[in-house]
Design a protein around this ligand. Structure first.
Ligand code: X8Z
Ligand code: ZN
Length: 630
């Protein structure tokens, strides 16, 4: 920290910063948009040029910001903004190392983006050629739809092997550099640095507390899903009381289990919500999907989209050029230009995504008059949390009924349970995963890279109850299968978002005066609910996120609280308790075979003996049979 304490000087610096940062943001987003919607080499070059200029600007800004002793500035806003600028963490590195870490990250992102894997070809004759050209989208489709455990295992292994191994050395150097940057900022390790953005020392405690609250629901849900998977795949694949292998959950990372709904559906004769056919019958187009989303927001008193939005957004996949099709919402930082990029197809999933992306645009529109540093969510989880809280209202039988997309309200008990099960496969299943990714990352920053893979599986088993489907060792690097790890994208924000999503939804439903079960609440046309939302959006990051929680919960709490999450799933929780009454284990029991799948056995009491593991010391594994968490 520096010595400057003159307020006038600080304010002048912040004014200049605001203008330049806004301009840089415009240039970078324009170049990124150009590339993402027309992926040519020349557009890529221009984008990289702008990104490099922005990285240089960040470094210069950081150098200027640390000249101030922000703790002694008399104005709280100036203090907060300068403090935020000193958090451009990696800028403390020398120019050479700063460039090196950026280069490493972009190399890892590139490697990840170019991974292609081989399809499963049973009984292939050796002379038959095999085309190994499946990307992550293809792999995910197979993980979602295949029910052949050999095929699932093959894809899982291919993806994990081909992402992990080439990345490992680069990642280790990245850890080293990130830690050097943190040390130069007076911190113990880079994990501490990544958490500064939450501006509270209670952050981890709050996360742990909310997770503990969710755990009983997760265990019931887990035991139920396991019983169905056991029936489906048998004891060769699923242990009746144990953890679940990671390859049969419908998703390559086992984070979203909704694709196995057909296997676990509670009442198969009742089906579940799907409005795709109705949309097709009613002649929906991509444009109409976005008009319907806009109608939702204006119905609760939020802003209509701008003329630029309708003019420049990309709603359909162009045929004449290559585009990057992941849906996203863009703020060009010039107060008028906001866009969505979505290769929209007419189906329910795209309808939901359109509402989600438009929530981000609402955030941009509402905090437009804040200074640059506050034109973002109150903390990194808010943008996603807000967007998904709207989806709880939209992806909801009551809402679809009101919009004429389903004929009769889902009022039978069985349909409600089916619906909640589908939501649980998305949300309850995701909670431990979202929680553990950054725990792993921080551990690696803190304790080093010697046991990266076993540390990863230890956490996955501990929190998710998931084990690798095949033996993994330290020569593998399975965390790299998740893009956010090589791409240096923080992950705990998704856990924060998951909790906030339900907290915000509940606050809106209360304001709307909804008296029914939480999962049936639709805030469409409620101006009161809209006010709750716009109060959150308008402040952006100008206030501490705990103040924002306090504001929208009307003083009830300033914490990330799992209460609303649990209330939403309460009917399902009760149902699960009944459905699981004959299950001997709620949660999972871990035994030595599970641990042997990923632990380096040397030094842990095991000796590898040909193909068989022999127990040396009984004492070390006297914990072999124990429940759940260890
Ligand atoms: O990374 C994403 C988005 C970009 S913010 C595609 N998500 C997380 C993930 O894929 O793991 C959205 C859900 C969680
Ligand atoms: Zn989003």
């Amino acid at each position: 920290m520096g010595t400057k304490i003159q307020l006038e000087e600080a304010l002048q610096f912040l004014r200049e910063y605001d203008g330049e940062a806004t301009d840089k943001c415009f240039r970078v987003s324009s170049a990124q948009w150009a590339y993402s919607t027309n992926m040519t080499d020349s557009n890529k070059r221009k984008m990289v040029e702008e990104q490099t200029l922005k990285a240089k600007f960040d470094k210069v800004t950081w150098r200027k910001a640390v000249e101030f002793d922000w703790t002694r500035l008399p104005d709280p806003m100036a203090r907060r903004q300068i403090r935020m600028l000193t958090m451009i963490s990696r800028a403390s590195l020398s120019d050479e190392k700063y460039n090196e870490i950026h280069h490493l990250i972009s190399e890892m992102k590139d490697l990840y983006a170019h991974v292609r894997i081989c399809p499963f070809v049973p009984n292939r004759r050796s002379e038959e050629p095999i085309y190994c050209d499946l990307d992550i989208g293809d792999a995910q489709k197979i993980m979602a739809n295949s029910r052949n455990s050999y095929e699932l295992l093959h894809l899982w292994e291919e993806w994990h092997d081909k992402t992990g191994q080439p990345m490992k050395n680069k990642f280790m150097r990245y850890v080293n550099l990130a830690n050097q940057a943190a040390a130069l900022n007076g911190l113990l390790h880079a994990g501490e640095e990544m958490e500064l953005v939450y501006e509270t020392s209670e952050f981890q405690d709050e996360l742990a507390e909310s997770f503990q609250k969710i755990l009983p629901l997760y265990k019931e849900f887990f035991a139920y899903v396991r019983s169905k998977l056991y029936k489906k795949y048998g004891s060769d694949v699923v242990k009746p009381n144990g953890p679940l292998p990671a390859h049969i959950l419908g998703d390559i990372w086992a984070q979203d289990w909704s694709q196995i709904f057909d296997i676990v559906i509670p009442y198969s004769q009742f089906g579940t919500i799907d409005v795709t056919d109705a949309m097709l019958q009613q002649g929906f187009t991509p444009l109409r999907i976005f008009q319907m989303a806009e109608d939702f927001y204006t119905s609760i008193g939020l802003k209509p989209m701008t003329p630029e939005f309708w003019r420049f957004s990309l709603f359909e996949k162009p045929t004449s050029r290559k585009v990057q099709c992941t849906a996203s919402a863009w703020d060009f930082c010039n107060k008028t230009d906001f866009r969505i990029k979505q290769c929209t197809e007419v189906n329910m999933e795209n309808l939901i995504t359109a509402h989600h992306e438009m929530a981000h645009i609402q955030y941009y529109l509402n905090y437009v008059d804040q200074p640059y540093l506050y034109r973002r969510g109150a903390n990194p989880g808010f943008h996603e949390g807000v967007a998904n809280s709207i989806l709880l209202s939209v992806f909801n039988p009551v809402h679809f009924y009101r919009k004429g997309l389903i004929n009769n309200k889902t009022d039978s008990y069985e349909k409600n349970i089916n619906f909640l099960m589908l939501m649980a496969l998305k949300k309850v299943a995701y909670a431990p995963f979202a929680y553990l990714v950054d725990q792993w990352r921080y551990q690696i920053f803190e304790r080093g890279v010697t046991r990266m893979n076993s540390d990863w599986w230890k956490l996955r088993l501990r929190y998710q109850g998931v084990v690798p489907p095949k033996l993994r060792t330290e020569s593998h690097f399975d965390a790299a299968a998740k893009r956010h790890i090589p791409a240096d994208i923080p992950y705990v924000k998704y856990y924060v978002a998951l909790i906030l999503e339900f907290q915000i939804y509940k606050a809106m439903c209360e304001a709307a005066g909804d008296k029914g079960l939480l999962h049936t609440c639709d805030v469409y046309r409620s101006r009161e609910a809209g006010r709750v939302l716009s109060d959150i959006l308008r402040v952006g990051r100008a206030r501490h996120w705990k103040d924002v929680i306090k504001m929208f919960t009307r003083g009830q709490t300033d914490k990330l609280s799992a209460e609303a999450f649990l209330e939403y799933f309460q009917p399902l929780y009760k149902w699960l308790q009944r459905a699981n009454r004959n299950e001997p284990v709620i949660g999972w029991m871990t035994d030595k075979d599970d641990l042997a799948l990923y632990q380096s056995l040397v030094g842990l009491g095991f000796r590898q003996n040909a193909s068989k593991f022999v127990v040396n010391t009984v004492i070390i594994f006297n914990f072999l049979i124990h429940m759940n968490l260890y």
